[in-house]
Ligand binder design. Structure first.
Ligand code: FAD
Length: 502
């Protein structure tokens, strides 16, 4: 009879052997696997915790009946939200038309290499723009905090496209940068074989609207393409498009967001302080640290932790600098990094709906100017954690780092507002209490981490998921304010399509 059980084993015990011994001849499926290494620094053996389904297999049914629409729906943007919207349309037998401003994977990689090596940014095709969108191109940590059965839909599509089956049960599933591009190509190919039209290097300039109904899009090249269903999945960096849509009457509001720095430690050091004598036996260590300053009700937290990873320069706009992070699935670079970001409350910014974008842009421009003042403008501003906490720069050069476009030493007071610097300092002191040794003097802070979440929300109906002001328009994914990461963006794409066709 079907039953769910929990099993806890030492990290070096084999779950398959355990099941064969304790539940002979019973069918089982791993539902979840997570590591508990909290006591490892004290010498206690880390354990894996498993959730297991006995005598059955979990099978969620995502099938739908074929449907049709009067005109082919349009999807703006081919990140996870746009891609999974197109895949869901395919389930219904509907051929979507996708417009993506960036290049396909191969050409995009060349454009990115040019930027990191020579500082020549292609503002149409870069770490955030192109086939697969932002993180789905560059990293692929696919865990999420949202709750939805569609998470399984997303994971199953990745497995069908070549991802390791372990992503179906691991607590921190990760596709990894050098595998992910093949997975994206497979998903793109599947859509194209079905008849989904995907146009790269094609930017949408504005909407075509009649009597508050959307009737199509106008492309940057002047062409007009008609449809009465438009999914807007343009990501968190498409501020110019959002500004245009706002002038066209698309209702938007400000929302809270977060920004800060990337912190980079040597990987072996991070593994040692987290795993103690077990370092090297458990893969690269991850962490998540948070601090809430109750006196002003502001949170500071780590985000997008990349064990054995790289810190990347990842802006989309000329004369700005932005950091982000990624890892290969082997997690074997000599460094581990994470964003450490401070919450910014929209009510503390000017009334104007785009004030969050202006606040972010000001920091990104200052980072670029500082880099240009002391180097060529392509190097990322950085400082050691000790210098940052002491508020005193020394003459020593920075330790080696993973950043492909190199670093330049900069006083962060030149980049960030005072309150952000203050909150970061308070939070680092607290983090060191939670993970003893976190505040390594030679850890490097790299700035600025500004694109973790969208500073606007494109208002939509809670149930129909369509724009509150323009009918037929479906704001979707991270840029519209409904997701924060690959999987939640993909799930939002699926939900929007279900709401259009159900
Ligand atoms: C380097 C990096 C690493 C990341 N790693 C992770 C990770 O490991 N895990 C995770 O969960 N999240 C990660 N993220 C965040 C993640 O990428 C986003 O949360 C996610 O991609 C949002 O999906 P989306 O589809 O809403 O938007 P996006 O992925 O941003 O996609 C939007 C797409 O729209 C296109 N577009 C924009 N404007 C237009 C226009 N006018 N016309 C046509 N097309 C347009 C863009 O080119 C882009 O491809 C990372 C981000 C970066 C930059």
């Amino acid at each position: 009879m079907e039953k769910q059980i929990e099993v806890s084993l030492n990290f070096d015990q084999d779950i398959v052997e355990h099941m064969a011994k304790n539940y002979p001849k019973r069918q089982f499926q791993l539902l979840a696997k997570s590591l508990d290494a909290r006591k490892a620094p004290l010498g206690r053996k880390p354990r894996y915790l498993y959730k297991i389904l006995l005598d059955s297999t979990l099978k969620l049914d995502f099938s739908v009946k074929p449907q049709s629409l009067d005109s082919n729906p349009i999807i703006i943007g081919f990140g996870p939200a746009g891609m999974f919207a197109a895949l869901r349309f395919m389930d219904y037998g509907v051929k979507a038309r996708v417009f993506e401003r960036g290049e396909d994977v191969q050409n995009r990689m060349k454009s990115i290499a040019k930027y990191w090596r020579y500082g020549e940014l292609d503002s149409e095709s870069n770490v955030c723009y192109g086939e697969g969108g932002a993180g789905l191109f560059s990293d692929g940590k696919i865990y999420t905090r949202i709750k939805s059965d569609f998470i399984h839909y997303v994971l199953e599509r990745f497995v069908e496209a070549g991802a390791d089956k372990k992503i179906l049960y691991e607590s921190n599933p990760h596709l990894g940068s050098h595998k992910i591009r093949k997975i994206i190509k497979k998903l793109t190919g599947k859509l194209q074989d079905f008849g989904t039209e995907i146009k790269f290097n094609t930017s949408v300039k504005s909407l075509l609207i009649e009597n508050n109904n959307v009737i199509g899009v106008k492309l940057e090249n002047g062409e007009e393409v008609l449809s009465d269903h438009i999914i807007l999945a343009a990501g968190h960096s498409a501020k110019n498009l959002y500004k245009t849509l706002h002038t066209q009457g698309v209702q938007m509001s400000k929302k809270d967001f977060a920004l800060g720095v990337r912190i980079e430690h040597p990987r072996k050091y991070m593994d040692k302080i987290q795993f103690g004598e077990f370092a090297g036996k458990l893969g690269a260590a991850t962490y998540r640290v948070t601090h809430h300053d109750h006196s002003i009700d502001v949170g500071t937290y780590s985000f997008c932790m990349c064990p054995g990873g790289y810190v990347l320069s990842s802006t989309t706009d000329q004369n700005t600098l932005v950091t982000n992070g990624m890892s290969n699935d082997s997690h074997n670079s000599p460094w581990s990094n994470a964003a450490v970001v401070v919450a910014v409350k929209s009510k503390q910014l000017p009334e104007e709906v785009f004030s969050g974008f202006d606040y972010i842009e000001d920091i990104e421009v200052k980072a670029y100017k500082a880099s240009k003042q002391y180097a060529s403008g392509r190097e990322m501003p950085a400082i050691t954690l000790k210098e940052f906490l002491d508020d005193k720069m020394n003459d020593k050069s920075l330790p080696k780092s993973s950043v492909p476009s190199k670093l330049v030493k900069v006083d962060f007071n030149k980049i960030f507002p005072e309150n952000i610097i203050k909150q970061l300092k308070i939070a680092f002191l607290e983090f060191d209490k939670k993970i003893k040794g976190f505040n390594l003097d030679e850890a490097i802070l790299i700035a600025p981490e500004t694109r973790t979440s969208s500073p606007i929300k494109i208002d939509r109906d809670k149930f129909k998921l369509s724009s509150l002001s323009i009918s037929g328009l479906y704001p979707c994914g991270e840029g519209a304010g409904y997701a924060g990461g690959i999987t939640s963006a993909a799930v939002d794409g699926i939900k929007v399509v279900d709401s259009i066709l159900s």
